[in-house]
Design a protein around this ligand. Structure first.
Ligand code: COA
Length: 192
């Protein structure tokens, strides 16, 4: 990987973070950047890491969610968004950001990190189907294969149940997928 430093984002990185999220997610970029800005504004961010050389070239965010376990609500983390500037993709930066995010989540004492994303990309990088561990996605509109988890050392066997997103994800209609994308992805996953 080209030499980049991964470090926590500071207040002066806000512009760089928004720029890299917008660039990575293309036409969805403004919407994804707006969600992360709202997550931060509401104090729901738990880690925000940047990959930097001369400027910000990658970013990953972790934020708060609940796990509605039978015994009690459990604080867990959601990993989203993960962004690498298009001209710097496929050089290991996303993988490095993911590793750093999981280290941060472990250090913070979180029992699990959840995400909705490509099972190909994340499955090769430590994530497993959350449904196989008995977790339920916040929405039925999340394809099973996309709803993924990493269990961390603080996880205990009773910590299972539905993941509950904070309101900000619903206000931005960013929980799960909607048709026609949902139907297309379900078909693609079924063909795998
Ligand atoms: C997905 C993404 C974060 C990966 O970062 P990266 O630095 O390119 O990844 P790495 O170099 O560490 O790893 C390369 C992997 O990313 C995949 N990748 C590269 N560009 C990609 C893209 N535009 N979209 C999806 N995956 C991509 C490669 O196929 C490769 O997968 P494999 O090694 O499992 O075969 C980055 O490409 C990106 O920002 N994509 C657009 C935003 C996005 O889709 N974010 C994830 C939402 S779930």
């Amino acid at each position: 990987m080209a030499a980049v430093e991964i470090r926590p984002a500071g207040p002066s990185d806000a512009h760089g973070v928004a720029g890299v999220v917008r660039a990575a997610f293309a036409e969805e970029g403004p919407a994804v950047a707006a969600i992360w800005a709202d997550v931060v504004a509401r104090g729901l961010d738990r880690a925000s890491l940047v990959a930097v050389d001369d400027e910000v070239v990658g970013h990953v965010g972790l934020s708060h969610a609940w796990l509605d376990a039978r015994r009690q609500l459990v604080d867990v983390l959601v990993l989203s968004p993960l962004s690498v500037r298009p001209d710097r993709q496929s050089a290991g930066i996303g993988t490095a950001l993911l590793g750093a995010a999981l280290e941060a989540a472990t250090a913070a004492g979180a029992p699990a990190v959840f995400l909705e994303g490509s099972p190909h990309f994340y499955g090769r990088r430590g994530f497993a189907r959350a449904g196989a561990h008995g977790f339920e996605a916040p929405s039925r509109r999340t394809p099973d294969a996309a709803f993924q988890v990493v269990l961390l050392p603080r996880h205990e066997a009773w910590m299972t149940g539905r993941v509950v997103y904070r309101d900000v994800w619903w206000e931005h209609d960013a929980a799960g997928l909607r048709d026609p994308v949902l139907a297309e992805l379900e078909q693609a996953f079924a063909a795998d």
